[in-house]
Design a protein around this ligand. Structure first.
Ligand code: SF4
Ligand code: MSK
Length: 626
């Protein structure tokens, strides 16, 4: 499977630190992936079922074994149920993250979320108006309380549709209504998916999959959108700011603290504690030059977007970064945190701290953060990190950091364009920019780390396609230098001209995984300005190295919103050719977009370029043959 380290990871820091970790006897994700070979073929095809205990069952798509589970479910039903549950888990994860933020907003309003505040009052007022909350002549805290209540209703109360669906183009909303997939409540759609996929409920695979689209939409236009918007209200709407990326952001002479996970509720407080005079003085008293806070995964992206906090790496760097021996503490919240991390850390001096009541891990100390104690808890754990600096042994930081630029919210992009999306549209119409692509998602040891992201991005920008990225892709692309001022040289002539005029790189860091909704908002603005639906735009999405259930939900809400989406790894659906055909062909007639699966990023780039040129042609814009 892997012959050399270069088969496992592309970036230089990944290769050097993996070599170090292996020399130190650390078992990594790649070793465990190797040990799992061969992985279960039935599960890979989605053709196994353990929904009830008459099973577990499996069906054989090649006709050699049983064609039905004990209950009589065939391959179509089993694959659809499995996929539906995968999307439900992803939607639940993002949306529960959003709920935690709404609770902080409510706590700010009633004075119990000590240390948190409203940083973007304009956005608070705009959002409140979208929710029908009175804003005129009212204090921010009163509005915040009512907005938090209204958002809670989007989660659970019986409604016809979620409030933020109004942001989607009218044609798209009408289509969802016609298909019966308008999401009514965030928790409701997830709960209904679990119900439908219980034994003996929904046994029409198409009906299950239609509900899967509704469930995914409840994430994209509901839970994730709330997460992003409330984060902006509480911590500030991102604006472009310089930062740095890779393992080289760790500092030999400073206390290094890494935050890992997704929700900024904890990491924002850790940042405040790290910046305090009290903690800096304490670090200096212990012989360190200061405290260096850096991130991995999406909680890192959240801090990078709003404060320029550097990023030490993405998903597959989370074990490797510990092997530097330079991390005095890693503080985790939830999602994408490998349960192995505590064991890896025990090979070094690193202290591991978990913070969420819903996410505990082996070999980690648990310091539970809540909105009313977060400021105090943050000081407590940062103090421990500083104390731990004294236990540090030999340190190996083998690379220099790469400079980068982050912080492109929709507001920042429109601001850079002079307050209207019109210049971007004009550039697209003129063909200087052929189209735009959102590249999102994770790393997966089935694909050489970052190879899919970086290769696809390079091919798109050199063909005049603007790239926006989020999550782990955003880190890979920053490490590859795509967000430096001179990255413009890597772009095709038209994109080079536009980016040069605007002073932005050809790849824009749009944030964390929940921030994929910023892409939906931007696409809606472009569609509205052109008077068309999202599915008419020369745009696409891609997740070249995805692994998580959340990414499955994101892919589904992209497609259900009209965005053609190319996946790298194959989802577990090949047990049913009916479902493969629906996802890759049939959905075009249903929602105006499909999935494609192409693990080779060179070929994926061609698929995307063809799609963009087809869409240009259909809009009557100059198109090229690819
Ligand atoms: Fe088997 Fe049906 Fe139970 Fe699934 S739900 S485990 S296919 S009996
Ligand atoms: S962190 S969901 S590995 S992008 Fe959002 Fe990265 Fe994927 Fe987690």
């Amino acid at each position: 499977m892997y012959d050399t380290i270069k088969d496992k990871t592309l970036p230089q820091d990944g290769q050097l630190l993996l070599k170090k970790a292996e020399a130190d006897g650390v078992e990594t994700v790649w070793a465990r992936h190797q040990a799992q070979q061969p992985q279960c073929g039935y599960c890979e095809m989605g053709a196994s079922c353990r929904i009830c205990i008459m099973g577990p069952c499996r069906v054989d798509p090649f006709g050699q074994g049983p064609q039905q589970g004990v209950c009589g479910a065939d391959a179509d039903i089993i694959v659809a149920r499995n996929l539906g549950r995968m999307i439900a888990a992803g939607a639940a994860s993002h949306s529960d993250h959003g709920r935690d933020l709404v609770e902080v907003l409510a706590g700010v309003a009633d004075g119990t979320a000590l240390g948190y505040t409203i940083r973007d009052e304009d956005k608070l007022r705009r959002l409140a108006a979208e929710y029908g909350v009175a804003v005129d002549g009212r204090e921010a805290l009163a509005i915040a309380g009512d907005l938090a209540d209204a958002m809670q209703e989007d989660y659970g109360t019986r409604k016809k549709g979620l409030a933020l669906l109004a942001r989607a183009p009218e044609a798209r909303r009408a289509l969802w209504q016609k298909l019966g997939i308008t999401p009514r409540g965030i928790d409701r759609e997830t709960s209904e998916m679990m119900h439908r996929t219980h034994m003996g409920v929904d046994n029409d695979w198409q009906s299950i999959l239609l509900h899967a689209l509704r469930n995914a939409l409840s994430d994209g236009w509901g839970g994730s959108m709330i997460a992003t918007e409330v984060s902006d209200i509480l911590y500030g709407t991102p604006t472009p700011r310089p930062t740095a990326v890779n393992a080289g952001v760790l500092k030999k002479d400073q206390v290094n603290i890494i935050v890992h996970g997704h929700n900024p509720v904890v990491s924002e407080m850790i940042l405040q504690a790290c910046l305090s005079d009290e903690m800096t003085a304490l670090a200096q008293a212990k012989g360190a030059a200061g405290i260096n806070l850096a991130g991995v995964c999406c909680t890192g992206n959240e801090l990078l977007m709003r404060h320029g906090v550097p990023m030490a790496g993405n998903h597959l760097m989370t074990e490797l970064i510990l092997s530097t021996g330079a991390v005095d503490m890693m503080i985790v919240d939830y999602q994408c945190i490998m349960p192995s991390l505590g064991t890896v850390a025990s090979c070094y001096h690193t202290k591991m701290v978990s913070t969420s009541d819903k996410a505990r891990f082996p070999h980690m100390d648990h310091h539970e953060f809540h909105p009313d104690n977060a400021a105090e808890k943050a000081r407590e754990v940062v103090r421990e990190a500083v104390e731990n600096y004294l236990r540090r042994g030999e340190v190996y930081i083998p690379v220099e950091p790469v400079d980068s630029l982050g912080g492109f919210s929709v507001e920042a992009v429109v601001g850079a364009l002079g307050g209207t999306p019109e210049p971007l549209l004009e550039a697209i119409k003129a063909g200087k920019i052929r189209g735009a692509v959102g590249i999102v998602g994770c790393n997966n040891p089935k694909i050489k780390q970052d190879y899919g992201h970086v290769t696809l991005t390079r091919r798109l920008i050199e063909n005049d396609i603007l790239v926006v990225d989020t999550g782990c892709v955003a880190v890979a692309n920053a490490k590859a230098g795509f967000k430096l001022a001179d990255a413009i040289a890597m772009a095709g002539p038209g994109l080079k001209e536009i980016c040069g005029a605007l002073g932005v790189p050809p790849v824009l860091h749009f944030g964390s995984c929940v921030d994929n909704v910023r892409i939906l908002v931007l696409l809606s603005a472009l569609a509205d300005a052109l008077g068309c639906d999202i599915s008419d735009l020369p745009v696409a999405g891609s997740a070249p190295e995805w692994y998580s259930e959340k990414a499955a939900a994101i892919g589904c809400y992209f497609v259900a919103s009209g965005v053609y989406t190319v996946l790298g790894p194959m989802p577990p659906v090949t047990g049913s050719m009916n479902i493969v055909k629906l996802l890759t062909e049939g959905l075009e007639d249903v929602v105006g977009a499909t999935f494609a699966v192409e693990p080779d990023p060179e070929k994926a780039a061609l698929l995307i370029r063809r799609r963009i040129e087809d869409k240009r042609r259909a809009l009557g814009l100059p198109a090229a043959s690819v």
